[in-house]
Write a protein that binds this ligand. Structure first.
Ligand code: SF4
Length: 450
């Protein structure tokens, strides 16, 4: 019996950044349950044995938030507690962090969450034998091969499923390829097994995530093959796609989406911009013509699809004319959901070496103008749902009032889009119910179960 291994550990967790990172947090915790001891998630740092911050290191503001959370836990840390920092910021800043944050007991990178158990075990043994700090970033690539255990952090009826790691697109403003490596896809069978396990736990909706899900390739199997086989070999109710790369969504995928009720009529397609000059400077592998053809194809084959996009304003060299092109593009194509970020000059990115940086005030003004435009478009699209009946995944009581249930339709992605408030009718959490929309707002809808 390994005396240094505890019977159980209480974890307090900050999981920062994107859904891919929250899957990594779940895999890290799952690996401990698998191999070391039982894990209980606690609501407050004071009750915990281990304080874990899974960081995001994508852009400066994310790095600042990660540092803030770590410093908060350093301040609250009690004698005997273990403070663990993992994720992209460790991958990006490695040794600097060890020097800057001596209060942190264990640092671990972002590339092999399922192997955390080995490093943690080693740490517990060294600690038991009186050793101090350890930093570990497992070299090379160990994608989540085989169905690594996960301690699900999402409600049981929904889960993110990471289908690939890393990215090979090398957009000039992005450090992800440097932080997470080149794109590597999980095996198709591995993903099918994971989804079947999730269905066994009662999961109704899986959202497939990666840096670029359309780059999925496993021994000649592409995203189309994965979707076809998830429909054939699992009973999952809803399959949702996020992070598709513009220009890479082909007719086969769209036909499969059109023919199957189980693939959400929803696509997250981050276009970033619409000015050819800026798209080229961003290193995006498409221009506005490709974008237009892609959106035409999508709307021809799936007229009522819910489209989400992400934009970036303030990219070096962006002029008023470039911005006008972007505004007109958004007015024409009317995305249901839209997020807009301001360019961030990231040390080490190719774009940080570009001239003609845009003044922050101008970038903020452009972002505000786009969000104002989108508010009108979103309100308009939402108004078109009134008197329609939608299938809604019931997600529990509204945080605003117990009188309301909330849920999402296939047009609304988890954690990023609006929701549907249900003010009439009862339903079980995790159920998919017909809801008649009675009222619409900019981002949310109101309805009753019919
Ligand atoms: S597609 Fe571009 S922005 Fe997205 S993760 Fe890859 S390199 Fe970064």
């Amino acid at each position: 019996m390994d005396n240094y291994l505890p019977g159980g550990l209480r974890f307090f967790v900050y999981s920062l950044g994107c859904p891919k990172n929250s899957v990594d947090t779940e895999v890290i915790l799952g690996s401990i349950v698998d191999d070391i001891c039982n894990v209980t998630l606690v609501q407050g740092p004071a009750e915990a044995d281990v304080l874990l911050v899974n960081t995001c290191g994508f852009i400066e503001s994310a790095v600042s938030e990660s540092i803030e959370r770590i410093l908060e836990l350093i301040e609250k840390k009690r004698e005997g507690q273990i403070l663990v920092v993992t994720g992209c910021m460790v991958e990006r800043y490695g040794d600097e962090l060890v020097k800057e944050l001596p209060e942190v007991d264990l640092f671990y990178g972002a590339r092999a969450p399922q192997n955390f158990k080995e490093v943690f075990k080693g740490f517990l043994q060294r600690r038991y034998n009186g050793n101090a700090t350890l930093r570990d970033t497992t070299p090379g690539r160990h994608l989540t091969l085989g169905c690594s255990s996960r301690l699900l952090s999402t409600p049981w009826w929904r889960a993110f499923v990471k289908i690939a790691e890393g990215c090979s697109n090398h957009c000039t403003y992005c450090l992800i390829p440097a932080i997470r490596g080149q794109a590597v896809s999980r095996s198709k069978q591995d993903i099918i097994d994971e989804v079947n396990e999730l269905v066994g736990l009662g999961t109704r909706e899986v959202t497939l995530v990666a840096q670029d899900v359309t780059a999925y390739e496993d021994n000649g199997n592409l995203l189309y093959d994965l979707l076809r086989d998830l429909l054939a070999y699992t009973d999952i109710s809803w399959i949702r796609l996020m992070y598709t790369y513009p220009g890479s969504i082909d007719e086969r995928i769209l036909r499969l989406m059109a023919e199957s009720k189980r693939i959400c009529k929803y696509l997250d397609i981050p276009i970033q911009h619409a000015s050819d000059r800026i798209l080229k400077s961003m290193g995006r592998k498409y221009d506005s013509q490709v974008l237009e053809r892609q959106l035409e194809l999508i709307q021809d084959m799936l007229p009522s699809i819910g489209l989400r996009t992400t934009l970036m304003v303030g990219f070096p060299g962006e002029t008023d004319d470039d911005f006008l092109i972007l505004q007109r593009f958004i007015e024409k194509w009317r995305f249901h959901h839209l997020g807009c970020f301001i360019y961030s000059d990231e040390e080490g990115s190719a774009a940080s070496k570009l001239y003609n940086k845009v003044a922050p005030e101008m970038a903020s003004k452009r972002r505000a103008a786009l969000m104002e435009l989108q508010k009108r478009i979103s309100a308009d699209i939402n108004a078109s749902f009134v008197n329609k009946t939608l299938d809604v995944l019931i997600e529990g009581k509204s945080t605003e009032t117990d009188l309301l249930l909330t849920g999402r339709s296939q047009f609304q992605g988890p954690e990023v889009d609006g929701v549907i408030y249900i003010n009439k009718g009862m339903a079980e959490y995790g159920g998919i119910m017909p809801v008649k929309i009675t009222e619409s707002h900019c981002y949310d809808l109101i309805g009753e179960i019919v």
